[in-house]
Write a protein that binds this ligand. Structure first.
Ligand code: F6P
Length: 541
């Protein structure tokens, strides 16, 4: 973190302290234009951050922070294909996957757009062939992959199911727990099944074990020769895929400059493309491209990902909020919080800066969430009356994807009401008046009132859109990707590596021989040894 960034944060901290006594609701009462002035629009997307505790001065200070951190310069470097992922020596160019051919995308000085278009068209042509029921027997897609090779396609397939071919079902298998694959394969007709193995490295243990098990299942039913016809793969490691027995025409590639968690836009989206078809897949890319163009060109004050990013840093580095809840009031986005968990936490869950020195302060928050209204009946108690303040991001479609009578009105009313309740709360006087009107005596009121008070003044952002369609899904995901970029740049971290997942993987491979009784567990710590012994006893008990 540079001296400039630190002094920007110090100014924001002083400002935050000065603003503390003012309530968000009072800021609205004092300014009838607040809702408009603190909202931004892009196409059908409407982002309302007026329920954040911020003023024009806050915004000025936040934009100065972005300026001090060189966010727009870093953004331009990303779009120019510069090597931002310095620990892996890679460019960060997932934006090229949704770019138009009229703009070159340079990696090491070479325009990669032609490669991108060729691979995209190959993948989409294959997808179209696989989804044509007149010529292709496939009815079930089994997508095997984990992390970035699972979450994006799985989330999008669920979100965009209404746009999918009705004769196709899509199953996503990630967990090495055999229950995941077993459940998915149960009842599937092998002759009607296409297995897509998605792994950037084609070495990930979970994916390879699931792929081998699926292969054994298929070969067991249809013979070994069927593997080449019923499997395909998406990877950057063609040699390993070929060794697995998948022919070259069924291998779809992408590039090392596409991070796993940013890879939905590439051939990694193959299962989704088969489900929704090339036209809808392209619409999703177009939605993302619209956000890319906006992020690249809009002035900071109107730049939605940049604004969300600086507000995120404000929450974490100045207000001290440790987590952020993402609550889609859109059942089809049920997996969106999990997807953003990886996009955000694998990117910004770091404690050292790009130059290897410790970050001076907290970085990426804990991301969590579940769809509303279900979550109202689980953790909203915590959001309203818990001791921690959790900024909430609501995602809300104005229109339903399915015709559902009045149900969507109830959904919308609940979403708006939750944001309103978080902001306004209910003070002691209001509670007492309500209880009195209910005929309660003074003693009972005194006893109950503290439990019924809502502090309120809890910030939220409302992200509204007309309806969830492929383009809007692309916009939403790209919006979050760029916001994570902005936050990472301000904290000075490399948002594009993920060394933090390695140690656990190494330890798991080291423990396996001991678990299977093939090696003496001597070099293992006492705690793990004891646990291994208990597992062994439970297995034999
Ligand atoms: O768990 C870490 C990770 O490397 C993720 O970043 C990635 O999305 C996932 O594993 C899967 O990796 P691969 O696509 O190589 O199988």
């Amino acid at each position: 973190m540079t001296r400039l960034v630190k002094s920007s944060l110090a100014r924001l901290a002083a400002h935050h302290a000065a603003l503390a006594p003012r309530r968000i609701a009072d800021l609205f009462a004092a300014d009838s234009t607040r809702a408009t002035r603190f909202s931004r629009r892009l196409g059908g997307l409407h982002v309302d951050f007026a329920k954040q505790k911020l003023t024009d001065e806050t915004l000025d200070l936040l934009l100065s922070l972005a300026d001090a951190a060189g966010v727009t310069t870093a953004r331009d470097a990303m779009f120019a294909g510069e090597c931002l992922n310095i620990t892996e020596n890679r460019a960060v160019l997932h934006v090229a996957l949704r770019a138009m051919t009229d703009r070159p995308a340079l990696v090491d000085g070479r325009d990669v757009m032609a490669d991108v278009v060729i691979e995209r068209e190959r993948m989409l042509a294959f997808a179209e062939a696989m989804r044509n029921p007149a010529t292709c027997p496939i009815r079930h897609i089994v997508h095997i992959g984990i992390g970035g090779s699972d979450l994006g396609p799985a989330c999008a397939a669920r979100a965009l199911k209404p746009f999918g071919a009705p004769h196709l079902t899509c199953h996503f298998i990630a967990n090495v727990d055999g229950a995941d694959l077993c459940e998915a394969l149960a009842g599937l007709e092998p002759a009607e099944t296409l297995v897509i193995v998605v792994s950037k490295t084609f070495t990930t243990v979970e994916t390879m074990m699931n792929a081998r098990a699926a292969r054994a299942w298929l070969a067991g039913h249809l013979g070994e020769s069927a593997v080449a016809r019923h499997f395909c793969a998406v990877s950057t490691n063609h040699a390993a895929v070929a060794a697995f027995g998948i022919p070259p025409e069924r291998i779809f590639g992408f590039w090392d400059w596409v991070g796993g968690r940013y890879s939905l836009w590439s051939s990694v989206g193959l299962s989704l493309a088969i489900l929704i078809g090339a036209t809808h897949f392209r619409a999703m890319l177009e939605g993302a491209r619209m956000v890319d163009d906006h992020f690249r060109t809009a002035p900071p004050r109107d730049n939605i990902p940049l604004l969300l990013g600086v507000i995120g840093v404000y929450h974490r580095s100045v207000c001290g909020y440790a987590s952020r809840a993402i609550i889609p009031y859109d059942q089809r986005l049920a997996r969106f919080p999990a997807l953003i968990q990886q996009v955000d936490m694998e990117s910004n869950g770091k404690s050292v800066q790009a130059d290897g020195t410790p970050v001076d302060g907290p970085t990426g928050p804990l991301i969590w969430g579940e769809p509303g209204t279900n979550s109202q009946h689980s953790f909203f108690q915590f959001l309203h009356q818990g001791s921690d303040i959790v900024p909430v991001e609501f995602l809300l479609a104005a229109n339903p994807t399915n015709a559902d009578g009045d149900q969507h009105d109830v959904l919308v009313a609940n979403c708006l009401a939750q944001a309103q309740a978080l902001m306004q709360g209910r003070n002691r006087g209001e509670v007492e008046a309500i209880l009195k009107a209910q005929g309660m005596d003074d003693a009972a009121i005194a006893r109950l009132a503290p439990h019924r008070v809502f502090q309120g003044d809890r910030p939220s952002t409302m992200i509204l859109y007309p309806r969830l369609d492929p383009a809007m899904f692309g916009m939403l995901l790209a919006l979050y990707e760029h916001r994570v970029f902005v936050e990472g740049m301000i904290w000075g971290i490399n948002s594009f590596d993920q060394w933090g997942v390695e140690l656990g993987k190494e330890r798991a491979s080291a423990l396996l021989p001991a678990l299977q009784g093939k090696a003496a567990p001597a070099a293992i710590d006492g705690s793990t040894q004891a646990l291994l012994a208990i597992v062994a006893a439970l297995r034999h008990g």
